[in-house]
Design a protein around this ligand. Structure first.
Ligand SMILES: [Fe+2]
Length: 238
């Protein structure tokens, strides 16, 4: 029996966004417009020539296409349900204050998160991946955790600079930005990365220290319209 194309429907798959993970992909047909997020460190490929990669941590929109090869991908389909904001009424969604606590995140910022899903392990050398070198650099196992976020138009989702994991983001619905700041003040913005549906930030924002701690600049997600985006977190597993 073939172990190819193992499909898992994610807990935040619902009426607005259909979300699945597929591992060990070989010749998987994709109907309609499907956002393909490469969760693996090896490139993924559509079944077309010339064969060009969907690089590690990046994404594209496949349209009535076939995914020829991939180690692990998230596949997201926008189902057209309106209004977008009602996604937070689906099971598992919470205001981020109810997750982080009122001291850590203000109730006045309308940021919502879906249920999370650990979808498997990816092995890579974090120093190499993050463009660093270290004598003790070696491949490590990372647990891949996925979740959706929602924010309404003109929302700055909170400038922060700490994560114990490597994160990337893929835009699913609407238009937003990933922003970097010199300090915690919005006026200290020094980089603005525009996000449209199907676009992912393929280069994680963090650096890495010798003890495998991740160093982030002050950063935030900013929603220009109603926005739904996918967060991909890589947690050290060993
Ligand atoms: Fe972050």
């Amino acid at each position: 029996m073939s172990s190819h194309n193992r499909i898992t429907t994610l807990p935040f798959s619902g009426r607005h966004v259909e979300a699945r993970v597929v591992t060990d992909v070989h010749d998987l047909p994709l109907t309609g417009r499907v956002i393909v997020v490469n969760l693996d460190t090896a490139p993924a490929y559509l079944d077309r020539l010339p064969r060009t990669p969907i690089p590690a941590f990046s994404s594209t929109i496949a349209v009535d296409s076939t995914l020829a090869h991939a180690g692990a991908v998230a596949l997201l389909r926008v189902l057209g349900e309106q209004p977008i904001a009602r996604i937070t009424d689906e099971p598992g969604w919470q205001h981020f204050t109810d997750i982080a606590g009122p001291d850590a995140f203000p109730r006045t910022t309308p940021l919502y998160r879906s249920a999370q899903a650990d979808v498997g392990t990816v092995r890579f050398d974090p120093h190499v991946t993050l463009g660093s070198t270290h004598p003790d650099s070696r491949p490590r196992d990372f647990t891949v955790r996925l979740m959706l976020w929602y924010a309404p138009p003109d929302t700055g989702c909170g400038i922060h600079n700490r994560h114990a994991f490597i994160e990337t983001h893929a835009q699913i619905i609407g238009n937003g930005r990933m922003q970097k700041f010199a300090d915690r003040e919005p006026t200290s913005l020094y980089e603005d990365v525009l996000m449209s549906p199907g676009y992912a930030t393929p280069v994680p924002f963090c650096g890495i220290g010798p003890d495998t701690t991740f160093t982030y600049p002050w950063h935030q997600y900013h929603a220009d319209t109603d926005c739904v985006w996918l967060a991909v977190e890589y947690h050290l597993a060993d």
